[in-house]
Design a binder for this molecule. Structure first.
Ligand code: ADP
Ligand code: ADP
Length: 221
């Protein structure tokens, strides 16, 4: 479902060129749960941003669902991203002055869904992560693990085929990390969502189907 062919990423400014990714070839099947590991600065976030159509490769091809995304306009790319991809970050990226349920509804605002539909779908997503009892709370009233569950609900509310997770357990203690990992594993096995997760944690990576290691912008495994 996701094919990267000879992907290269160079960050350029007037004075500096940084080769962040070089000759990446990666084929990710529908329903696969893949983890990406490697030292800080090796290109993990860059790779996730390229797969998530948040940033463009400087060379090579990125195919998602057999569609070549390399030459899409910014608008088409945003639509594609909104429809197919959900994002989860290490630091949750919730909006503090919106209640939990309103945070979860954010991705639906770009779609033509009614307020009633949004209410229903956000409630369902929160139920899937076990937070039906926190819908009216605000992020600061939640634990780290609960905040990440809200972020997962926000990522899945639009029923994306792909979830990209950048160190989803990085800020959590091991019990909460396990809880988040179990939700992702369950989502992957019951709904067939393709998940790509960056992690520093070998223990979490071992629970996924496949591990890709990066070093200095190249695939080493
Ligand atoms: P990781 O996620 O593995 O820590 P990144 O993908 O963030 O690595 O970064 C890969 C390399 O690209 C690093 O050497 C980093 O300094 C460089 N880099 C990342 N973003 C930019 C940017 N916007 N401009 C220039 N260089 C960047
Ligand atoms: P955010 O979730 O706020 O975007 P990042 O994931 O970008 O934060 O992390 C910031 C920096 O810290 C990145 O360069 C990242 O590679 C590094 N980093 C994050 N977690 C770890 C970790 N567990 N061990 C080592 N470096 C880490």
């Amino acid at each position: 479902m996701i094919h990267l062919q000879n992907v290269e990423k160079v960050y350029r400014t007037d004075t500096i060129e940084t080769l962040a990714l070089s000759n990446i070839n990666l084929h990710i099947a529908k329903g696969e749960f893949l983890s990406i590991m490697g030292p800080s600065g090796c290109g993990k976030s860059t790779l996730l941003n390229i797969i998530g159509l948040l940033d463009a490769a400087t060379k090579g091809q990125v195919l998602i669902d057999n569609q070549d995304t390399t030459h899409l306009s910014d608008k088409a790319m945003a639509q594609f991203r909104n429809k197919k991809i959900g994002f989860i970050f290490q630091s949750y990226h919730l909006i503090n002055d919106l209640a939990v349920q309103d945070n979860v509804e954010l991705p639906l605002l770009y779609r033509s869904s009614s307020a009633k539909e949004r209410r229903q779908r956000s409630a369902e997503a929160l139920q899937k992560v076990g937070l039906s009892n926190r819908m009216k709370h605000f992020p600061k009233q939640l634990s780290g693990g609960q905040k990440q569950r809200v972020a997962i609900a926000r990522a899945i509310v639009g029923q994306p085929e792909i979830i990209l997770a950048d160190e989803p357990t990085g800020n959590l203690d091991s019990a909460m990390g396990d809880e988040i990992m179990n939700i992702l594993l369950h989502l992957n096995s019951t709904e067939g969502t393709t998940i790509i997760m960056v992690t520093h944690d070998e223990y979490m990576a071992k629970k996924t189907h496949r591990l890709v290691r990066l070093f200095d912008g190249s695939q080493v495994q």
